[in-house]
Design a protein around this ligand. Sequence first.
Ligand code: SF4
Ligand code: SF4
Length: 743
Amino acid sequence: MVTEYVLKIHSRCDLACDHCYVYEHADQSWLRKPRAIGGATVRWAARRIAEHAAAHGLGGIRVVLHGGEPLLLGAAKLREVLAVLRSRLDPVCRLDLRLHTNGVLLDETLCALFDEYAVRVGVSLDGDRAANDRHRRFADGRSSHPHVRRALELLRRPEYRHLYAGLLCTVDPANDPIAVYEALLAESPPSLDLLLPHATWDHPPPRPGGGTPYADWLGRVHARWASDGRPVAIRLFDSMLSAASGGPSLGESVGLDPVNLLVIETDGGWEQADSLKTAFDGAPETGLNVRTHAVDAVAALPGPAARRGGLAALCETCRSCEVVNVCGGGLYAHRYRTGSGFANPSVYCPDLKALAGLVVPDAGPADRAHTLSPAAFDSLARGPGDPAAVAALAQAGLSLTRALVAHVASGLPDGAGELEQAAREGLALLTRVDLERPAAVAEVLAHPCTAVWASRCLRPPRAARATLDLAHLAGIAASAALHAGMEAELPLPVRDGSLHLPALGVLRLGRRPGRTIRVSLSSRGLFAAGRRVTGQDPRWLPVRSAAFGDHTVLVDDLDAFRGRSGWRPAGRLTGSHWEGWRTCLDGAGKRLEQDTPAYARALGAGLRAVVPLRPGPPRRHRAGGLRHPLGAVGLPPPGSGGLEVALLREFQIAKLDALTTLHGLVESTSEAPGRILREAYARLAQADLWRVTPGADARDRFGGLSAGIREAIGALTASGSLTPHGVRFVAGMRATVDAWAGD
Ligand code: SF4
Ligand code: SF4
């Protein structure tokens, strides 16, 4: 399925940037293309896109108007293009319409037009004046910098701010990274794209002093950005963090997600990614045209299919690379070499490897967002993990959630509908709370269901309920504001007849409540329909907490996003069911504190919520899904076996998943070793409990579990699939089993 289209509406440009891949690289097909797209071609393009979206039931697609310089088309013709796209595609699915420009021609007339047709605008800017002037000039040598800054001033005006999609900056190590970062940030963009200049093995990027200048440059920006508290979404860094955690790649530059994008040229020709222009003349061409061929026919061609091939489509070197999950072999075009084609690592391989090490914490130099000390790592390997190690895992999970939420926020729809409005007001409130009371935002983002929500919003193709899901951002913001005791007013989306406030509760509404309800928030609580919602209000269902030994945990049987791969969440617990859970959780906590105090302390440091599941065997965990941040476990109803065994097992798996976001433990080319490691690590905790439980049955269980762990350790060691961290981790597990034998 194709979910994103780049529509070239003008093939010439008013700038003459010397790093431009359209005019200055191998492909010179622009000379053969019509200057401007024709009306008939636009209608054919819209028809093909609509047919494809309808045939595949796509909830949403993105169309990016591009060039050359798209604004050279002029306001009148642009209006015609936008009218065709909106009238043909809006009835079929949600259309995210964007335009990428150099900004030179952007004026109020065009901004008003983009407002009318809800077009979000991305602008190219390489940084401060010195950096931008290095490449981005007019043909006569004049600077484009003042023109771009004037365009950005327009986009920052309150009436056009919602049109501002972000900035695209091409990296040049000759520029000062901090000056570039500060100049870009000063334009208040909602998101930043830092792009490696297009290059191939035939035409490698300049590396005057050798080494990894691109990673060094990006590493300095990353360090500053992290220490600034990530004030803006930077797609390259967020993509790496997300991909490392099994989440979406957020773009085609890194990660293993399929690339579902096609280009339509001004002559109606279907093309592959624009970046391929850097490989050789004619590289992006498919020979097919919108007049003669449907999207499915283009998508089935070997070129586009190869970009959806994930790990299997990479060369041997990349497949066996320890950071392949994060890097994904880099941008497809950057792998090209005459002779071997695209079956190579990226020409930026050393930089990408070094950058992956910087952005996704791992052993090595400082400057990492999150690290585990060797002692903390070893404490986790031996079984429970000390509370500081578990807290570090939770903190890494919070960073991942922040990155995912930032990307959801950077792609909010512009439509005039109630849900779109709720999402935008939600983002504004969340930003305000984050500035004034960041701890309150952290509290809500740390709720494990927030990461599930963000991940669902980012996964293409957008589901039919995508806009309702995006509007949930308002519920997240409202929860944060209530935590902070701040005053606010905003619309909340109605889902299944209720308003959802994550980690707080659900307000059930009467019949036919509409799509959103406007609420007020203050230090006195929530006001809906002019009435204060109190704890006694029969419409209000709070998220309850239960004692868990010396701690308390949320029992979340309400959150709309509490389900995840392999879980079948139960509905609201009532009466004796709730009492049963409450009693059993407290009993389990007390028993663990007495029998396995190290595991009890680890649970106390990292467990925030329990999600009650329906009875019955769990569904099989789907490989490749998001490794959810630490914090929640799904548990079946308390039965004769007691909750403590299930709790220990599920929390071990949650810790291992969180640890894997920091350190790769097994080679990603095979799923089996990962499964064996998970099972063995879960058994390590269970065996520890049976070890101290009196009775023959417990002794037998302990014996069976410890034998199984030994067998798994042997299989993992013999498989040769463990990374150096994996070898160390398994050695820690072995030390625990050996210590039992010595007892
Ligand atoms: S503005 Fe864009 S299309 Fe125009 S010359 Fe510069 S890089 Fe190329
Ligand atoms: S770092 Fe190099 S070898 Fe590893 S996946 Fe990326 S391009 Fe391939």
